[in-house]
Design a protein around this ligand. Structure first.
Ligand code: FES
Length: 113
């Protein structure tokens, strides 16, 4: 089943303007990283799932991975897959381009059925 998301409009003045720039943004009180890669926005967790490296201090490689500054583990911007093979997973967030600008989806949590 597809996960349900709550969508938040992104403040465009906070978004990255140049390719591969990583900006820290706050959405619904949560710090995230946002980058522009091949003309598309991608959002992912502020901290590395390995040992808490600050992902905005890392960089984007030519294959579309964000590389952690601490131990250089790589994660796909598209799905958080740990493409350097250490078995971690970086949380990523979908971004939709709508008529009024980009919106970011966060999974709904706290459902009690
Ligand atoms: S903290 Fe990110 S790779 Fe180790």
């Amino acid at each position: 089943m597809a996960k349900e998301h709550v969508w938040y409009k992104l403040e465009e003045s906070y978004l990255p303007l140049v390719e591969n720039e990583i900006r820290v943004i706050t959405v619904n009180g949560k710090k995230l990283c946002c980058t522009l890669y091949q003309g598309q926005l991608f959002a992912f967790a502020f901290k590395c799932p390995h040992a808490g490296g600050i992902m905005s201090d890392g960089f984007i490689d030519a294959a579309g991975n964000v590389v952690c500054p601490l131990h250089r583990y790589k994660f796909s911007l598209k799905n958080g897959y740990n493409s350097s093979g250490e078995g971690y997973y970086l949380k990523t967030y979908p971004i939709e381009q709508r008529a009024d600008g980009p919106w970011l989806g966060m999974e709904k949590s706290g459902w009690l059925w």
